[in-house]
Design a protein. Sequence first.
Lengths: 533, 304, 394
Amino acid sequence: MSAVIEEHHDDHDHGPAKGLARWLFTTNHKDIGTMYLWFSFLMFLIGGTMALIIRAELFQPGLQFVQPEFFNQMTTNHGLIMVFGAIMPAFVGLANWLIPMMVGAPDMALPRMNNLSFWILPFAFGLLISTLFMEGGGPNFGWTFYAPLSTTYAPDTVTFFIFGVHMMGASSIMGSINIIATILNMRAPGMTFMRMPLFVWTWLITAYLLIAVMPVLAGAVTMMLFDIHFGTSFFSAAGGGDPVMFQHIFWFFGHPEVYIMILPAFGIVSAIIPTFARKPLFGYDSMVYATASIAFLSFIVWAHHMFTVGMPLAGQLFFMYSTMLIAVPTGVKVFNWVATMWKGSMTFETPMLFAIAFVILFTMGGFSGLMLAITPADYQYHDTYFVVAHFHYVLVPGALFSIIAAVYYWLPKWCGRMYDETLGKTHFWLSFIGVNVTFFPQHFSGLAGMPRRIPDYALAFADFNMISSVGAFIFGFSQLFFLYVLIKTITSGRPATAQVWDGAKGLEWTIASPAPYHSFTTPPVVTLENNPH
Amino acid sequence: MANPAETPSYYIPHSGWYPVWLAASMFVMLVGLGSYLNALKTDEGGSLLFFYVGFAGLSVVLYQWFAKVISENQVGLVSGQLKKSYVWGMGWFIFSEVMFFAAFFGALFYVRNFVMTWMGGDGGKALTGDYLYPEFDNTWPVITNPDPSVFAGPKESMAPPPLSQWGGYLPFWNTAILLTSSITVHFAHTGLKNDNRKSFITWLAVTVVLGVIFLGLQAEEYIEAYAHLGLTLDSGIYGSTFFILTGFHGFHVTLGTFMLLIALIRAIKGHFSHEDCFGFEATSWYWHFVDVVWLGLFIFVYLF
Amino acid sequence: MRAKNSSSASANRTTAASTLGQTLLGALLAVGVSAPSWADRFNMPVGVTDISRQVYDLHMLIFYICCVIGGGVFGVMIWSMLHHRKSHGVEPATWHESTKVELAWTIIPVFILIGMAVPATKVLVQMYDTGGEDMAIEVRGYQWKWEYKYLDDDRNKAFGFMSNLSTPQDEIQEVTAKGEHYLLEVDEPLRIPVNRKVRFLVTSNDVIHAWWVPDFGIKRDAVPGMMNDLWAIVEEPGIYRGQCTELCGKDHGFMPIVVEAMPEDEYDAWYESRKILAKEQEKLASMNFTHEELMEQGAEVYSKYCASCHQENGKGIPPVFPALDGSAIATGPVDDHIGIILNGKPGSAMQAFSSQLRPDEIGAVTHYERHAWGNNTDDIVQPIDVVNLMNKEG
Ligand code: HEA
Ligand code: HEA
Ligand code: CUA
Ligand SMILES: [Cu+2]
């Protein structure tokens, strides 16, 4: 393999086309990555606005702003949009930008399909969000859409929701196939598996998870479609089905899904901490094995979301033990990061701040996860705000912080301009405080017995909810501030060097900033010296 | 810029309209189908117009897209590396299909091993059967549903007759046909490998015909189920699992047959050579996959 | 009652700032505070059953283990962040792996986890020991209320009743001040005796709900068409409150669970009296009522059972919940009207009320619906009409 060719041989500058056509028709991994990232940011704002509606309603007991029907639609769509619209596409956007640069390839393996994976998304989410304005309202059965609330008792728009999920699934599967093909097939000479940056590794494994579970989700919604429109009885006991079967199928997808939202984050943090500690990542090999173990375990723990459905004892025990085991490989990761920092020569630029906050707050979320894994105790935690606190700790200062860290870290490479460090740090501290004020008190209200997905609550929970709502607005508006920092950087940041960070290692730092339209038109030769992971 | 003739090159297709067009048609098609299904539940009834429009758009773009890729391949733009990417792509696509079927097989497994046991009053949740369905008898295929007033069961199932009467048992013939077709497609491949164009085309054509026969028999079986056995989508869990598994399988056979047909046309046009035949190979993998799924179906849906 | 209302209402209206202050102060004292009311706001209740206390201990055990591990990990990180800084002129070390260390921190956590799994397994096994009960109660979830059926030794219904939220809409809609047990109060609580093993058979009529009483340390999903079971031996008399904990539609937040644990003799007396009451209520089915009586009882039944969907004003929430005001069924043939109330409409939220309401109640509510709002049929619906229809349908 070697040089790149384009269809139009006279197209020597390899620059992008002009205007709207560039974005609609592009096959370039950077353009597509950029679209993914902006799309996910838009979804984040929409999903975030829904969260703010939820928090505003929960500021005080009583119904003030919205009625219960609408509240349920907000909860559901907030969850769906954040998971499928914000976090996942953001990671795919990062993969698009970074994987070709990191493995020394000119582009993704299947460029046209890449564009297709992206363009399905706006249609899918357009469909999903438009249901909110249709007769009967949008999905109101939680992002986990348990049958029969989502089948027999659902609003008519559930049909569009189902097709929306099918579309998202198709997009994810194609995106993953592309990533796998790129990683397996497009690495530069010398880029052996055990020399790949961890971000590439974690994405490879994530892509496998996606290909394995998205079709199962598609199967689940297909059965819903048949129950709703064609009279089947998969989820109806009267005909010999079982509503709980829906949950088994859903969580067979759903649990790996939550690791889909965290493994790439592990990869990002494993790139950032060594850079700013100026010390190689500790335990590269064990990081790879730990990632693989987490992925493997993620397939056999799903029913820990269903401890209260009334499974037989043997099932409960199996799922409790297997879930607890995940703490082991995850712990290996956490310890490796700490060991990387140990005796390093650290500086604390914005990406590093977000990465460190990630390690601490994600670990806290992990601890509460472990508590949830203890079946008898989960009877008390399940479907309370304790769970809400758990998953926001792993998702917001977890997945989301890692994405923000990645944006600060690689933005200079993408647009050739440096962000303003003071603004970045301000954004960090606002977010850090906001996120804790929002989600920490939810542990308390959950333990005290506040169920989730309720628009109104007993008086005993009032204090913590008030604090949580205040935090949510702080956090929310700090993300608007982030938008400002981004725009300022892109339009008027000072030029960045090719290396950008003095401790950064990896192929992406060997090319100019901003990165050329086709990263490596001739593949670089990778040695351990120029790419120590 | 290197000349493609001199160095094997990685090829980045120029930007194009297919992807957006495909996404948009898919959207129109699904919105159309969704509105139609919802309207069916009201008295007015629905129209499939948008579905057809979207489907037409989808067909046009798929045709154009594949034609483009084929023509690119014909002029030698597709390097060995890109071909490998196609191979990985097809391979993992098939894997994703396997997982799609796994969801339905999983449902079948769960129902038969857990739900039926519990409803029959045994196992970890025997209380369900004892208390709620004292009448219900755990037998598979289910003829009398747990609550027959809501879901009236089928009159008969598709369970096999004694071995001596398999001669009249459609699913048995279907199995034989699909298995044979897997072999014939392999013969076609061998023909191609040996540059034996005639053998290649003949065996490929035989495979297509077998696919069509399978579909015909399947259709007959469905008619039989609906008309005589009372076995329908809404006849309870046996009908549900039966039709979703065989139905999606049948849908995949249809796709596979269509792909084989395209491959046949291309073969007649002389598109494939023994070192460049990915289009055909991908199709044949797909066909083998469809075949393996059928074996699973035959064993778990019909026999046991 | 009044006094309580206004005092808690003023507590409710304290300014955000002082509430914040109060809570932060509380947060500082969070772990192991003495005053139970504070601890209750921060932590899981210890509860009133042997199981709930074990669960509490388990919860605290894992919590402390996590604190210790967290303290270690974060301590090292923070120490490192303070000392291993470039600004301190530290040269970075170059080592980047150590099989020994890595093995150690893989294996040690496994042992810690085993240490947690052992007590957890013990508690779980006890929780699953549902047999040998002294009495059984069927708990059935409905959108959005609970039904309790007291079962005799052969698991036949001795009597039963519905348990609805009793917080007035005015409190929810911020019209009047909120009472002390806002959203955690019902018209009729589940009554059980203390010191007896009570087995709960949990199921549902429509969607999945979940039955949870935190003080008993138990929670179980109520799955339509499937049966789960739970048990509790409550040790202290008292009133215990919980909520539905599985999203079940619009009023998921408004279907509380209230259990009154009574001393055994009091319970037995109550049980007998309820059985007699049930017998007497059966007689109502054959009595005749006047228009006014029917309207009065009908209005009561309506607002308790129907208004959450069809609304007090009969306008419903179209298109999901149809209006009854002017509805073709509510103004058409009586039998169709009674029929849909008796049998519901399968596949919709309209449930069959034949097992929830007595014939006299169904008769009254039908009558009410035919004469309330703008509806004005000139017929009178008597309980006997309902009974006749039921007999006809078998
Ligand atoms: C990014 C997403 C993410 C991640 C990474 C995790 C990680 C984990 N989660 Fe979480 N989880 C969610 C997202 C996530 N979760 C979501 C979204 C839900 C709710 C879904 C819904 O219902 O809507 C949920 C719900 C959920 C439940 C169900 C609760 C309920 O509904 O009742 C459970 C139960 O077991 C659980 C467990 C765990 C565990 C054990 C981990 C582990 O992976 C954590 C492992 C990490 C650590 C333990 C910390 C670091 C380790 C060490 C420092 C080593 C030493 C430690 C020890 C030996 C203790 N999660
Ligand atoms: C994946 C990620 C993710 C993320 C990032 C978040 C982010 C947030 N989440 Fe969410 N959440 C979920 C995933 C996530 N959540 C899931 C899966 C559920 C479960 C759903 C279910 O039960 O089904 C859930 C449920 C959930 C609940 C429980 C609801 C209930 O049970 O009823 C709450 C309540 O506080 C909440 C709050 C928040 C808040 C305050 C944020 C904040 O981080 C949000 C930050 C806010 C902004 C970013 C807004 C910025 C915008 C503006 C300031 C306005 C400007 C507007 C425009 C320009 C258009 N979330
Ligand atoms: Cu019933 Cu929630
Ligand atoms: Cu999980």
